[in-house]
Design a protein around this ligand. Structure first.
Ligand SMILES: [Zn+2]
Length: 295
């Protein structure tokens, strides 16, 4: 099991931190959780071929969590040449509308998809990649999820829970993935909820969003729908996580010295391992180990 952070930033444009995206490679499949702007670029930098991605989970549809969806789908389709299965996508019900709006007849990419499936040079390219005409359009297999939804495959299982963030305009979810090799939980964007704490009990890795230094939030409504560093620490503590990964990191706290102070404050509450998320780092499901001293 490999867990790679593809995007640890916010909607703010940043070359250091792309927007939200996380990759989990299991024995059976490669799963993505969210795919915000820049996450696809990091996916390529990770060395993992996009055609190998089989499942995508959306926590919610703020654009910093889904803007690279089209790029993933179209690249898989183009490079996969009809030889790979359609991407399986789980997310809020509006993902169905988004998907047909992007890839369906009359959708955003209709002229391109019509050209690539009808014009002879494009069909020849398709054949050169191993495809067999007629060429079909991409159409991800989308399933709408709700609170309590479970996706069960042979060697992994994902449980979904609704989390407080952006309601009533958004449906927002957190996830727990269990595999024989370890467990992974992801908050999506969310404030504290007892239900999420119950879901993540004893997980190996918890990726939790962090959107401000606790105590500096502009108003009380912020705490309901997103977490500061101390809320993330409390959730990891009550959820008995082994490793806490802080992600969705705003500029406010992403400074040398400030970062270390915040980790120190979090460690007063949460006694497990704390990772300050960085794009492209890999998170172990066991305890991190220092390298042998070589002088
Ligand atoms: Zn959000």
């Amino acid at each position: 099991m490999r867990i790679i952070l593809l995007g640890t930033g916010t909607p703010n444009p940043s070359l250091k931190r792309m927007s939200s995206g996380y990759l989990v490679e299991t024995e059976q499949d490669i799963l993505l959780f969210d795919h915000g702007p820049g996450a696809f670029h990091r996916l390529m930098e990770s060395g993992i071929d996009p055609v190998r991605i089989t499942y995508l989970f959306f926590s919610h549809l703020h654009y910093d969590h889904c803007l690279d969806y089209a790029r993933l789908v179209l690249t898989r389709w183009e490079q996969g040449a009809g030889k790979i299965p359609e991407l399986k996508v789980y997310g809020p019900s509006y993902v169905e509308t988004m998907t047909t709006g992007l890839f369906g007849e009359g959708g955003v990419f209709d002229p391109d998809l019509t050209a690539r499936t009808q014009l002879e040079p494009s069909i020849q390219t398709y054949i050169s990649r191993g495809g067999t005409p007629p060429r079909k359009r991409p159409m991800p297999q989308v399933e709408a999820i709700q609170d309590g939804y479970v996706v069960e495959e042979k060697k992994w299982r994902v449980e979904v829970i609704e989390v407080p963030h952006g309601q009533p305009h958004l449906e927002s979810f957190g996830f727990r993935l269990d595999t024989p090799e370890g467990s992974f939980a992801y908050s999506g964007d969310a404030g504290y909820s007892e239900a999420f704490v119950r879901l993540i009990q004893g997980c190996d890795v918890l990726v939790h969003m962090c959107h401000y230094i606790s105590g500096t939030e502009p108003g009380p409504e912020w705490i309901k729908g997103s977490a500061g560093h101390m809320e993330a620490a409390r959730i990891a503590h009550e959820g008995k996580a082994r490793n806490l990964v802080i992600s969705h990191i705003p500029d406010q706290m992403d400074l040398p010295g400030v970062r270390e102070r915040l980790i120190s404050e979090m460690s007063q509450i949460f006694k497990g391992n704390i990772f300050w998320g960085e794009d492209l780092i890999e998170i172990p499901v066991t305890d991190p180990q220092p390298l042998k001293h070589t002088g």
